[in-house]
Design a binder for this molecule. Structure first.
Ligand code: GRF
Length: 203
């Protein structure tokens, strides 16, 4: 399975995927990495691993539609069976999303449907939540609203800052994202009728 990984920043999820492939626990290849930001550290991680990495800077485009057209062309140039959003901080057009339906996954740092959007860790703290976590989901045109594939929960402690909580959540992110991709690569995971299906079971 060929993965195309889209990033905007640090790329710790990208690194986890690279490491699991190297370790032989994820039977896939990364055909390319795309960042919408030139300064994303994840671009260095990709180059370090010998993976094709390009920056497609959104600031050079007038419209979201034209950016997403270019993004689609770059993904197709890499040749990808699965498009992996890994800290890619841009909203995608419905046209783009529909084009990759069932092959487009995202990791979101909350227990969806709670806390769609940004600042999820602070929002969990502000609401006094005792539990927080991360979700991997198929992407549909509804922002952070596509069918959930897996979630991992972490405790929230009284003294936690947003960055403490982010660190605890991100440890789980690096654990679960490669697992989901291994299911996808093995042909065990799909999206049907807006539901995630694993081994013929609706999740
Ligand atoms: C992760 O917390 C992810 O859930 C969120 O952005 C962060 C990206 O981290 N959407 P990284 O770039 O993979 O290190």
């Amino acid at each position: 399975t060929k993965l195309c990984v889209l990033i905007s920043g640090n790329g710790s999820n990208l690194q986890a995927i690279i490491d699991e492939i190297k370790a032989g626990r994820l039977n896939a290849q990364i055909s390319g990495v795309i960042s919408n930001r030139p300064d994303a550290y994840g671009l260095e991680r990709a180059k370090e691993a010998g993976i094709d990495a390009v920056c497609l800077d959104h600031t050079g485009f007038d419209t979201r539609e034209s950016y997403d057209e270019a993004l689609k062309a770059q993904i197709e140039a890499f040749g990808a069976d699965c498009v992996v959003l890994a800290g890619f901080m841009r909203i995608l057009t419905p046209e783009f999303v529909d084009c990759f339906a069932g092959k487009l996954v995202n990791i979101h740092p909350s227990l969806l449907p709670k806390y769609k959007g940004l600042n999820t860790h602070q929002r969990a703290i502000d609401n006094g939540d005792k539990e927080h976590g991360v979700s991997v989901h198929f992407v549909t045109p509804e922002l952070d609203g596509g069918p959930v594939i897996i979630q991992s929960r972490v405790p929230v402690f009284d003294e936690d800052t947003a960055s403490d909580l982010a660190e605890r959540v991100q440890e789980q992110e690096r654990r679960i994202y490669p697992v989901v991709l291994s299911w996808f690569s093995a042909g065990r995971l799909s999206m049907r009728n807006n539901k995630a299906v694993l081994d013929e079971q609706e999740l």
